[in-house]
Design a protein. Sequence first.
Length: 442
Amino acid sequence: MTKTRYMQIADKLSDAIKNGELPPGTKLPTHRAFAEKFGIALGTATRVYRELEHRGIIVGEAGRGTFVRDQGLSMTHGLLQTSPDGLVDLVFNMPGETADAELLRSGLRRLATSGDLQAMMRYQPHAGRRHERRIIAERLGANHGPIDPDHLLITSGGQHGLAIAILGLFQRGDAIAVDALTYPGFKSAASLQGINLVPVQSVAGVMDPDALEAACRLNRLRAVYLMPTVQNPLGSVMDAGTRRRIVELAQTYDLTILEDAAYAFLEPDPPPSFLTLAPARTLHIGGFSKNLATGLRLGYLITPEKHLDALSGIIRATTWNTPALIVDLVTNWIDDGTLDRMEQSRREDGAARQKICREVFADLPIAAHPNAGFAWLPLAKGARSSAIISTLKDQGLSVSGAEPFATTTAVPQAIRLAFGGVPKTDLKAVLDIVRDAVVASL
């Protein structure tokens, strides 16, 4: 069957983009200019552009024009988020809106007219400039109490903070207690240093203090790693009583507490953090990827004074200093209230997505925080996640099983859905496909 004229032209442009003849960021002609170039009607040119947008090859920016997309990046809004192999990506949680680009544009304009631009071209202090550390510390102090800026190290993202903690404080063969299901990035960082992860049972997604104490008696634990406020992947929030009990165990067994706050901003009324309850033995690690943008690799690590030199040394060894431009952007967004507005927007967006998710899976068990852009779907006895993942791949969806998150030898049968970057207009249809595949496996 002969393809229509607009599809032939769309295929031709698609090949040129994939072959690198039109590199990412190339601005395409207006619809009218494109029509004149190819000798086609304006309406046909519009259909070509619409087809390329549908394929995820180009992206339009209001007031600026149409540009070639970087095919190595997943999309966020306006089109289905896709992985490089063309699948709708429900593996990586990438919140964001097209309007976020204007936030960056305005921030860069402000930066370009600042009076201290030359300083951005020079080496920075390893832990960050003190006035920027103070801005971040004061902002976090609203939830955690007063924080000494000298105890706050600026990192190149939360993952960098976790790696700094692992490399700076632990040695090969050390043991750290973790949830039976935990953040894969921490598993990766621990593996680099040859750390043994000891899984601890949980109740409703919250680490069981009695199980932790049993692990302390059986193992020579050096630390416990936790995401107490909006745990990944289960979305649970640890209650205040459990936190205090874990602090008591940390004191009894001399454990360092590694507190990961990557998603903590999603919980509007959290219990006291471990940083608040046990500042002398807690490393509190967070970042600005989930509340601002995943591409802005900026984070922080708050540490007791006794670890400052060791951790600063790891920053020096791994990155020398954090990116000055990004630090300046983010600290100004803290100062002018942009970060507060963005976090509120992320909470509202997550709540809207969770509503859709819970409606689709109303008759199936899911675990999720009410404001999160991800959910955990345990499977019924006898169902295999691998079969469901394969079925969904054939239908154009990429999802994750439990393997990346599991620290136990026996891996539970479950599906993890990350839908923060799928347009809400498409989300129900996407989740319906997942639900049908899950139900068919029962």
